[in-house]
Design a protein around this ligand. Structure first.
Ligand code: DGY
Length: 304
């Protein structure tokens, strides 16, 4: 609507599936602006086809799907939708953390299947959350929001990032530590770092067993931060007690092995999926396009 009001000529492709590459390659040739999804791969070869493109507005906070350096070298602004999805994604990380440790999904399946035949002292024992240690990998906006929500559970917070964050520490009592320390101290690890060359397979077969035995892993960031095969092994061996996943290494493909594990909760990348957040994301993406076309500047740029 915002773009229509400004008289833009708009072409909209399916909202729930990524646009076919061939079609995108044709459409990009004459477009002045592109609003894309995190599942659209905006690489060098696609950018090279663009004759008029001035802005790539990603409908997401993460932007690992776009070659931002190359776009910048071609004078194309790239923008994202930061801030507005922080609360929704942090809430979802907590939903996974609580659900996996309290075995909510397994218990629901069991109850629906008519298998509940009376209270039992050993029925669906899970893990405590209160006063446990929460490890945050990547203390950006979402990581910090997840840590803030831990206060009600009296949790200790440790975090790892590219640098210590004194303000965050003051606010939450979080302690900065190396990734190895975070692995060995955390009862719950929640991933919130961006995907880039240094975070790809940050958790892998060589280090996953450094994670404290019985810990839970939550990933609402990007699947490729965790080597899925290593995760499957650590879960199957019982080293990890469970995992709550919203993202996958080979998204949207998920290994059959991971699907077969009861102690894992699998969601279809819905971190920001609330009515309010998704509408606001659409508004910001559209406003970024308008702003770049009208003034050359984005409201939430990444690469300038
Ligand atoms: C993002 O915006 O990067 C999230 O992954 C969407 O859920």
């Amino acid at each position: 609507v915002l773009l229509q009001e400004k008289g833009f000529q708009i072409e909209v492709y399916d909202r729930d599936e990524p646009i076919q590459r061939k079609l995108l390659e044709q459409k990009i040739v004459h477009a002045d602006g592109l609003i894309c999804l995190l599942s659209d791969n905006i690489d060098k070869s696609l950018i090279n086809r663009a004759g008029n493109l001035k802005i790539i507005a990603n409908y997401a906070a993460g932007f690992n799907n776009i070659d931002i350096a190359y776009a910048a070298s071609r004078g194309i602004v790239v923008s994202n939708t930061p801030d507005i999805l922080t609360a929704a994604t942090a809430d979802l990380a907590w939903s996974l953390l609580l659900s996996v440790s309290k075995r909510i999904v397994e218990s629901d399946r069991f109850t629906r299947a008519g298998e509940f035949r009376g209270w039992g002292p050993m029925l669906f024992l899970g893990g405590d959350v209160t006063r446990k240690t929460l490890g945050i990998i990547g203390a950006g906006r979402i990581g910090q929001a997840v840590a803030q929500r831990a206060a009600g559970f009296e949790m200790q917070i440790v975090y790892h990032d590219t640098r210590p964050l004194p303000e965050f520490e003051k606010k939450t009592g979080a302690r900065y530590c190396s990734i190895q320390q975070l692995f060995s101290e955390s009862d719950f690890i929640s991933i919130h770092c961006p995907l880039n060359n240094s975070t790809h397979h940050l958790i892998n077969s060589a280090n996953i067993y450094q994670i404290k035995k019985g810990a839970y892993l939550i990933n609402t960031a990007r699947g490729q931060v965790v080597e899925e095969k290593a995760l499957v092994d650590a879960l199957k061996s019982g080293h990890l007690a469970g995992a709550g996943l919203d993202v996958y290494e080979f998204e949207p493909q998920i290994s059959p092995e991971i699907k077969s594990l009861e102690q894992v909760i699998l969601l279809p990348h819905i971190g920001s999926a609330t009515f309010e957040t998704r509408s606001e994301m659409a508004r910001i993406a559209a406003r970024n396009v308008i702003s770049v076309i009208e003034s050359g500047k984005a409201l939430t740029p990444i690469n300038t």
